[in-house]
Design a protein around this ligand. Structure first.
Ligand code: ADP
Ligand code: MG
Length: 496
């Protein structure tokens, strides 16, 4: 295994290294907003999910939503992070039309979660990326601009929705590492259930901090590209930004610390504004909210509610179930896949009357090659699979006990996909059972040999390659239902 993912930009004055830190904004899975009871459902008519708190009517007071706190704490625990039993909310003051309060309630000085880490894999190398902190804050509304006539509209449905800002250390060194980091973080959030990770709907977006330096030198000045909303765009923004900075530095210029915008259509970043510092926002503790204190019982409840996480699950699949590293990785990458696999495995073991360890490999192989292949073709995911884990397990059992050959199994699976019927019923109604009846097979073989006397002679004269031909003819005559092993044995005997 390689030591690290290496990404270098060659300049006239030598090689440059890129340094990346990500601030990921993840929308907390919660029915209500961070400080109000308004709904957070995606896609509602503009301004239909706005309480007086979210619209910042004078005198309205925020009431902290305990569920959002619980989700942030569980997320911190899943990242092995320090949980701060005492934290506080601060006001970040700025004016913008999508922010009716004139400030965002956030946590600057005392975030709820401190340092943690994430294990990533990029270019075949494993690496630990540090987490600096996680704090909770409010989202702003959404502005929409119309050109003809030129109007701007504001939708406050998102105003006040809870976000976790997950800040990484500047530990990543290539676009691949940044991509792997975001995918892994998204996977963990989905396992925990604290964020749906849906980047297209904006429930996860990243501020991408990039600087360049000559290897071994101190960090250079960084720029921050705001609100990048897909893994591919994050990687493209880094690539573009690193090269832009190298060009400037090689030309004798210097990097301005600024906020930039990534344009997905052009694949480039452009300057938005010079970077503000914390003091520009006049942060101060929010006088409407008490400091947040977490009790040991609450922390214990959070910890007890955590599921088995992807790294642990993957190790268990390899060690306890004997799956290959590749299969274990594929099956645990997404919580939904792992859930499907475990349901399949439990049913398959039950149907076969064997321990899970003895059916795990066949179940894993079938899921990864057959089911994934079919879902890809259909443009579906395991979540809306036309075949259920119980039906998959029944199919595996029919293959396992010899009722179906591998080939017949694939045929039955295709019919299951089309009709949604149970495999046993398909086998029954369509007579797709594999036959091991030696008498029946011998009779077919005799017919095949009689019809191909010339080939039999050639085979017997030493043309071994013809064996496959006889297998093919026999299977064809039996409509694919002959047990391949029995057909092989009986053919060998008959051909002598
Ligand atoms: P701010 O509060 O101004 O946003 P932080 O120090 O909190 O700044 O850092 C924000 C993000 O920028 C973090 O993810 C951090 O890892 C990253 N970062 C800090 N310095 C650099 C650098 N020189 N190059 C790249 N990323 C950096
Ligand atoms: Mg920042």
């Amino acid at each position: 295994m390689a030591d690290a993912s290496v990404y270098r930009i060659q300049g006239a004055t030598g090689e440059w290294e890129v340094v990346i830190g990500l601030e990921v904004h993840a929308q907390v899975t919660s029915n209500a907003k961070l400080f109000s009871g308004a709904s957070t459902e995606f896609g509602a008519e503009p301004n239909t999910q706005v309480s007086l708190v979210d619209a910042a009517f004078p005198g309205m007071l925020p009431v902290l939503n305990e569920e959002c706190v619980r989700q942030a704490v569980r997320t911190g625990m899943a990242l092995g992070a320090q949980i701060n039993a005492w934290s506080r909310f601060d006001r970040k003051n700025y004016f913008y039309a999508d922010l009716p309060q004139g400030y965002q309630i956030s946590q600057l000085y005392h975030p709820i979660v401190g340092e943690g880490s994430i294990e990533i894999e990029a270019d075949g190398a494993t690496k630990t990326v540090g987490i600096e902190r996680i704090h909770i804050e409010q989202d702003a509304g959404k502005l929409m601009h119309d050109q003809h006539p030129s109007f701007s509209y504001v939708d406050l449905n998102r105003s006040g929705v809870a976000l976790m800002e997950i800040v990484s250390k500047p530990d990543m060194r290539s676009p691949e590492e940044a991509g792997a980091y975001v995918r892994k973080l998204r996977s963990i959030l989905r396992y925990v259930g604290s964020c749906d990770g849906n980047m297209e709907q904006g429930s996860m977006r990243a501020d991408v901090n990039v600087s360049v330096r000559k290897p071994g030198e101190p960090f250079g000045t960084r720029t921050e590209s705001k609100n990048v909303n897909s893994v591919r765009f994050i990687m493209a923004a880094i690539e573009y930004e690193a090269n832009r900075q190298v060009d400037i530095l090689e030309g004798g210029g210097s990097i301005v610390q600024e906020t930039r915008l990534f344009d997905p259509d052009k694949g480039e970043t452009r300057s938005l504004r010079s970077k503000e510092d914390a003091h520009d926002y006049r942060y101060f503790p929010d006088p409407d909210l008490l400091p947040l204190e977490l009790t040991p019982a609450f922390l214990e409840e959070c910890r007890a509610s955590l599921p088995e996480l992807p790294d642990a699950k993957r190790a268990r699949y390899e060690e306890a179930l004997g799956l290959s590293a590749y299969n274990a990785q594929v099956l645990t990458a997404e919580a939904e896949t792992a859930r499907w696999f475990e349901a399949l495995l439990a049913e398959a073991a039950l149907k076969a009357g064997k321990p899970e360890t003895q059916v795990a490999k066949a179940a894993a192989n079938w899921l990864i090659s057959d089911l994934f292949g079919a879902l890809n073709r259909l443009g579906r995911t395991v979540e809306d699979s036309p075949v259920s884990p119980a039906q998959g397990a029944e199919l595996l059992a029919l293959i396992g006990d010899g009722t179906l050959s591998g080939t017949l199994g694939k045929q039955v699976f295709e019919i299951m996909l089309e009709t949604g019927q149970d495999p046993a019923r398909i086998v029954e109604e369509r007579g797709l059972k594999q036959t091991s009846d030696t008498g029946a097979i011998e009779a077919v073989i005799a017919d095949v040999m009689a019809a191909n006397a010339d080939k039999v002679a050639e085979y017997r004269a030493g043309k071994d390659k013809l064996f496959g031909f006889f297998v093919g003819q026999t299977m064809k005559a039996m409509a694919g239902k002959g047990n391949p092993q029995v057909v092989n044995e009986l053919l060998k005997k008959a051909l002598g």
